[in-house]
Ligand binder design. Structure first.
Ligand SMILES: *[C@@H]1O[C@H](CO)[C@@H](O)[C@H](O)[C@H]1NC(C)=O
Ligand SMILES: *[C@@H]1O[C@H](CO)[C@@H](O)[C@H](O)[C@H]1NC(C)=O
Ligand SMILES: *[C@@H]1O[C@H](CO)[C@@H](O)[C@H](O)[C@H]1NC(C)=O
Ligand SMILES: *[C@@H]1O[C@H](CO)[C@@H](O)[C@H](O)[C@H]1NC(C)=O
Ligand SMILES: *[C@@H]1O[C@H](CO)[C@@H](O)[C@H](O)[C@H]1NC(C)=O
Length: 470
């Protein structure tokens, strides 16, 4: 099929404009508050990261503090303009590798924080937030899938920094009641801000922390620009000089609209239960379970000969950064993530911090880790881990992960993760209030109440970690 003969962008824009609560499948509607809770976990852990504090300093200069009706709060309580608050909230959600994902889309960090900021600013209801959120998840996952992973492997762009802009433009466009041609126009404007280069992989630089945040911020701005009469190209996805042309060598445009409205692909988010790369999750979960199941403990210095038996994704050389020297690289590295879980108890996510980079046991286990491929299936991300502990053979099977969509343990895993974060941050009262607010989000008369509880929890966490530092 000739890509440019199908009005993909217009069809997505019509879908976004016309979305209603009743149209969202009950399975997805039930999951949405849990997605918010999971994003709250990521944002609360993210607000105490050093990169967030640096961003606060810069935003104070570049976006100001806002004034009167235009004061908007970021999660740590920083007062800024709407755009500054969207940027900071997006950084909190994406700066710790802790938000749910599907392979090419991170709507939790690249869409939701901006949407939440706008919904709060305009006193939208909880129901209005949920419908716009579903729109954003749907567009991010569909554009991500249609773009394919070759956006990254061939072209060198970071996927969430691309699809997040268009998804946020559509979600905010829906929230603000834009008509479909204005939403298409907003997507056209947003696509010209789609960006994100992979040069963090070989440098460990912090650009990765900014990509989702910028996508949300600029996508939301595009919706306001379109609303105000700035026209974008309304066919940006399929335009011969457009988004898929520029970013994707072998796009699959039919995925943009296949089953649109009946099969909601945004439902299929994969949880990150530890702040490590997606490909290390199943192994880290297995190590954590093994450690807690029989109360097994070991001295990391006694571990030798760790071998990972798994599939091509886990074994990918691009993730084999064995001696990372920044937290970004450490979180991108599959061997280091697994080595970290063998060294410290990663059920407390804040244990993954800069001190690990100079932990001799973690570095040594990571550096000596061996890999054996036992499957050709790119989706096979489990397997087993064999090692010697004080000379004794230990074999840990990595065959379950409750963070997979449809898993019976999914909702419990979201709740447990949240409780771990609240405990690690020592903000039990604020955490409980926020959790209750999120559980009843659909009944909220004003989303500002939700943001306000998030800020109470986030500012308490930021204060607690401000003096000690991570
Ligand atoms: C729904 O979409 C997903 C993602 O594109 C696909 O894997 C799945 O097969 C689709 N399901 C149906 C019932 O069409
Ligand atoms: C275990 O590691 C040591 C070096 O640390 C190496 O000499 C030995 O051959 C390894 N044993 C196995 C079974 O891989
Ligand atoms: C950083 O992680 C180490 C373990 O890797 C832990 O001992 C320390 O308490 C953590 N620091 C903070 C501030 O959480
Ligand atoms: C580890 O256990 C798995 C089963 O979970 C088994 O297939 C594998 O052979 C074992 N590997 C070693 C090295 O003992
Ligand atoms: C952190 O501490 C600095 C100086 O001690 C202060 O200016 C800043 O407001 C504090 N930030 C938070 C979030 O408490």
């Amino acid at each position: 099929m000739n890509a440019s003969s199908v009005p993909y962008t217009a069809e997505l824009a019509v879908f976004a404009a016309n979305a209603t609560l009743a149209a969202i499948p009950s399975t997805f509607l039930t999951l949405l508050p849990f997605f918010i809770l999971d994003t709250a976990s990521a944002m609360l852990a993210g607000v105490v990261q050093p990169v967030y504090q640096s961003a606060v300093d810069a935003v104070g200069i570049t976006y100001g503090q806002g004034s009167g009706e235009t004061i908007h709060l970021a999660i740590d309580g920083t007062a800024s303009s709407l755009s500054g608050a969207m940027l900071l909230n997006g950084i909190a959600a994406g700066d710790f590798e802790f938000e749910h994902v599907v392979s090419n889309a991170h709507p939790a960090s690249a869409m939701f924080p901006a949407l939440l900021s706008v919904a709060s600013a305009y006193h939208k209801t909880g129901e209005e937030l949920l419908v716009a959120m579903a729109v954003g998840y749907e567009l991010a996952t569909r554009i991500g899938a249609a773009s394919t992973t070759e956006v990254e492997t061939e072209r060198g762009f970071h996927n969430p920094g691309l699809n997040g802009d268009l998804a946020t433009a559509a979600a905010v466009g829906h929230l603000m009641g834009l008509e479909s041609n204005k939403i298409a126009s907003a997507m056209g404007l947003a696509a010209s801000s789609s960006a994100g280069l992979l040069a963090f992989i070989n440098t460990g630089a912090m650009t990765k922390r900014l990509h989702p945040a910028r996508a949300g911020q600029l996508g939301a701005e595009a919706a306001f620009l379109a609303h105000a009469g700035v026209d974008g190209p309304q066919d940006i996805l399929e335009n011969p000089d457009g988004f898929l042309h520029a970013f994707s060598p072998n796009p699959e445009p039919t995925l943009l609209i296949e089953g649109l409205g009946s099969n909601w692909t945004g439902e299929n988010m994969v949880l990150k239960l530890a702040p490590v790369h997606a490909y290390a999750q199943v192994f880290v979960y297995a190590v954590n379970s093994y450690r807690s199941s029989a109360n097994r403990a070991w001295n990391a210095a006694d571990i030798q000969n760790v071998t990972i038996y798994s599939g091509p994704g886990v074994l990918q050389l691009s993730h084999r950064i064995v001696h990372p020297d920044t937290l970004v690289s450490a979180q991108y590295s599959v061997p280091f993530g697994i080595a970290a879980s063998l060294t410290i108890d990663l059920r407390d996510p804040l244990m993954f911090n800069d001190s690990l980079l100079v932990n001799p046991a973690t570095q040594s286990i990571s550096g000596a880790m061996q890999f054996v491929q036992i499957s050709d299936d790119p989706n096979f991300v489990g397997g087993f881990l064999a090692m010697k502990v004080s000379g004794q053979n230990v074999n840990i099977t990595a065959d379950e992960y409750p963070g997979i969509p449809g898993s019976i343990g999914f909702v419990n895993a979201v709740e447990d993760k949240y409780e771990q974060v609240i405990k690690a941050l020592d903000i039990a009262p604020q955490g409980a209030a926020l959790r209750a607010k999120i559980a009843s989000v659909g009944a909220l008369g004003d989303v500002r109440e939700l943001l306000s509880d998030l800020v109470s929890a986030g500012s308490a966490a930021a204060r607690r970690f401000n003096s000690s530092g991570i």
